[in-house]
Design a protein around this ligand. Structure first.
Ligand code: SAM
Length: 227
């Protein structure tokens, strides 16, 4: 059984896809999708040995060796042109890490793949990378599990896109749908940012002016969002 987080990720993988799950850890996502017949083939990529062996074991125990290739590789290096991958999932990593994996592996992207990204923080720099590489954000969601807010960002390369600073910060789709989970996340964050600002104000000399301004800007945006 998948966590609710990976269950939500799974809903964004197109039916019949050839999926590359990068940073697969135990390989739970590709194995669950193959077992359900939701994808037709998969690659599970892992950079670290222990999770790589764990993924191999999950695949073997589910008799899916023919359908899932488990590969020890850094990022998108796990993908070969002959895999004809149509969807790539990168889940459970920081947004900056996901961005760095996309950036250093961009030669391996055909541009036809759907990206299903589940960053743990660092969504803004990830969206900036997507915009700069002509990706359109098709879908987004926020979900809460184990007292943690997770985001999912689905994107495809469709041509030049321009997002505003606020859209890059909150997510363009999320700003439109304003789901309860999304609003709750930003309500909680607003409280934290107010606290951080008053801590900064107390220790003014130690904190660069630019950092104060940035935080004040975020507080203005969040306040406007919630009003
Ligand atoms: N994707 C799974 C999930 O969402 O439950 C596992 C998330 S786990 C917290 C992150 C995994 O990404 C780790 O197993 C780590 O070894 C792997 N990872 C980190 N950087 C990577 C990279 N550059 N290439 C491949 N895997 C990477």
């Amino acid at each position: 059984r998948l966590s609710m987080r990976l269950e939500r990720v799974a809903t964004h993988v197109p039916a019949g896809a050839r999926l590359a799950d990068i940073g697969s850890d135990h390989g739970y996502l590709p194995v669950a999708l193959l077992n359900r017949g939701a994808v037709s083939a998969a690659v599970a990529g892992e950079v670290a040995l222990t999770p790589f062996y764990a993924a191999e074991r999950t695949v073997r125990e589910n008799d899916l060796d023919q359908q899932i290739s488990v590969r020890l590789a850094d990022g998108l290096a796990a993908i070969e042109p002959t895999d004809r991958i149509t969807a790539i999932s990168l889940c459970g990593m920081g947004g900056e890490t996901i961005r760095d994996i996309l950036e250093s592996g961009k030669a391996r992207l055909s541009g036809q793949e759907r990206l299903i990204l589940q960053p743990n923080g660092g969504e803004q720099p990830l969206r900036v990378w997507l915009m700069e590489h002509n990706y359109r954000i098709l879908d987004e969601e926020v979900l809460r599990e184990n007292r943690f807010d997770y985001e999912i960002i689905v994107a495809e390369r469709t041509g030049p896109m321009i997002y505003t600073a606020e859209q890059l910060y909150f997510g363009p789709i999320q700003m439109q749908t304003r789901s309860p989970a999304f609003l709750l996340k930003w309500q909680r964050l607003l409280g934290k940012k107010h606290k951080a600002l008053s801590n900064f104000a107390r220790a003014r000399k130690a904190v660069p002016e630019e950092k104060m301004q940035d935080l004040a800007q975020q507080i203005r945006w969040i306040t406007a969002l919630l009003n």
